[in-house]
Structure formats: structure tokens, C-alpha cells
Design a binder for this molecule. Structure first.
Ligand SMILES: [Zn+2]
Ligand SMILES: [Zn+2]
Length: 245
């Protein structure tokens, strides 16, 4: 539950004193995401957030991140229906969906060194001329992801760890640009008979109607994202988040 005294739904009556139930946003099991290092004794990562705007400088949902053990949760199962928020900003309410972990090699987009994108411009154009693909289509992943670079839609804003003052590691991004608008479709949804000279294979669905059903369907303030960061060097693996839209 979130009892933030200053959270609100834009253009709606005040939230009132009753705490607001958080909503589940992401659940990852270790065997499904082999590239994600789980802290010792854990094999389940859960993210929930309060689906209201928080006056904390980011004007974003208030997230919580939990590393858990499935063995421990199996021994102490929750019962009954999960609570639902009595009010919410619809942009921050995910619909029920599953994840389809799909490996991709990623190069920086917003995180390219300053001026570097300009220097490489002619090579990007040559690539597009030769293969029909933009650098950003083949080398970056503007969608929800674990690892890689944050899915920024604004200039990077990497946090430093409060404990050791070094730049934190990008853990995962939840972005509003799911594969319908993003770039990498789940392997099982791709069209094996696509014509690679016409469209990139990772963007072509065998059944185009599945694309609308992919993803959490949140707007996040209009194509924004929530980015989670951790410091694995500090005790307790501190985490923080950034939001842009
Ligand atoms: Zn809240
Ligand atoms: Zn640290």
C-alpha cells in the first residue's frame, strides 16, 4: 500500500487518507532470464508501483522492488484476491500480460558518447542504403528490457549510488514502447517466412493481430519509461529508479 501524502491523480478529486493499493508491474523468475544475476538466495524479482503521480521531483508512480525466493513464497502463499487501488492514473495501470524473454545485442542510443552519433552519421546512412535498416532499428532496443542501456526517451540521467558514489548499473526498463512500436518481437511471434529485404525479421509478426496484444499497454506519460538501477557493490543491493516521458 502507498500512503504518500502528496500523491494524486491529475484533474481528479484529492485521493483522501485511505492508502492506495500498489499494482503488480513485473515478475521475473530466474530460470526465464538467464542473463539476470539474482542476489544469493533469491530467484524471483517483483516490481510493484503505486499508480498515482508522486510529487517527488519525478512526477511518476512510486515503485518498490523485491528480490524473493520462490521456495519461501510457496511456503507462505497469499490468499484471496489482491487489493486493487481505489483510484489510479490510467497511464500507470498495466493490463495483464506475460513476458517473452528474447535475447538481443544492444548498442547505445541516447548513451552514445556526446557527438559520436554525428560522427557516425554517414555510416548510419550507408547502412540504411545497403540494408534498409536504421542503426537504431538493428542495434538498440527501445522497449521493456533487462540489462542493456536504459530505454531513455530523454537525455540520460544515470544515478550514482548513495552508498559508494559510483554510477549504478541499469537493471531493467519498463517502457511504453512495447514491440508494437518497439523493435524486437518475441521469437515465437516472428514471421519465419518474412522477406528480410523488405522488413527486419525481428519486427515482422507472423500474425499482425498479436502485436496489439503484446505488452502492458501503459502510456507512461506518453511514450515514457521507468528505469531501475542497482548497486551490487553495496550491502543489500540498493536500488533506485528514474522516470521520463
Ligand atoms: Zn502513492
Ligand atoms: Zn554502492
Amino acid at each position: 500500500m502507498c500512503a504518500g501524502p502528496d500523491h494524486y491523480k491529475p484533474l481528479a478529486p484529492p485521493v483522501g487518507p485511505e492508502p492506495v493499493a500498489m499494482v503488480p508491474v513485473l515478475q521475473l523468475y530466474a530460470p526465464d532470464v538467464p542473463g539476470l544475476a539474482f542476489p544469493d538466495g533469491t530467484d524471483l524479482l517483483q516490481i510493484l508501483w503505486c499508480p498515482l503521480v508522486h510529487d517527488d521531483g519525478q512526477y511518476a508512480p512510486n515503485p518498490r522492488l523485491y528480490w524473493r525466493s520462490t521456495e519461501a513464497t510457496a511456503n507462505d502463499p497469499a490468499t484471496g484476491e489482491p487489493p486493487r487501488p481505489h483510484t489510479a492514473e490510467e497511464d500507470f495501470l498495466p493490463r495483464s500480460c506475460t513476458v517473452s524473454p528474447t535475447p538481443a545485442v544492444e548498442y547505445p542510443n541516447w548513451d552514445l558518447p556526446k557527438g559520436f552519433g554525428g560522427l557516425l552519421g554517414s555510416r548510419f546512412e550507408a547502412l540504411k542504403e545497403k540494408r534498409g535498416y536504421d542503426f537504431f532499428e538493428v542495434a538498440t532496443t527501445q522497449q521493456s528490457k533487462v540489462g542493456g542501456y536504459p530505454g531513455w526517451t530523454q537525455p540520460p540521467d544515470w544515478p550514482d549510488c548513495a552508498g559508494c558514489d559510483t554510477r549504478m548499473e541499469h537493471l531493467l526498463s519498463i517502457t511504453a514502447t512495447e514491440p508494437g512500436m518497439g523493435r524486437w518481437l518475441p521469437l515465437e511471434d516472428r514471421d519465419p517466412s518474412r522477406d528480410e529485404s523488405v522488413t527486419p525479421p525481428w519486427q515482422t509478426a507472423a500474425d499482425p493481430s498479436v502485436v496489439d496484444a503484446i505488452g502492458h499497454d501503459m502510456d507512461l506519460g506518453d511514450l515514457g519509461g521507468m528505469y531501475f538501477f542497482v548497486c551490487r557493490a553495496c550491502p543489500g543491493i540498493p536500488h533506485t529508479h528514474r522516470y521520463d516521458c
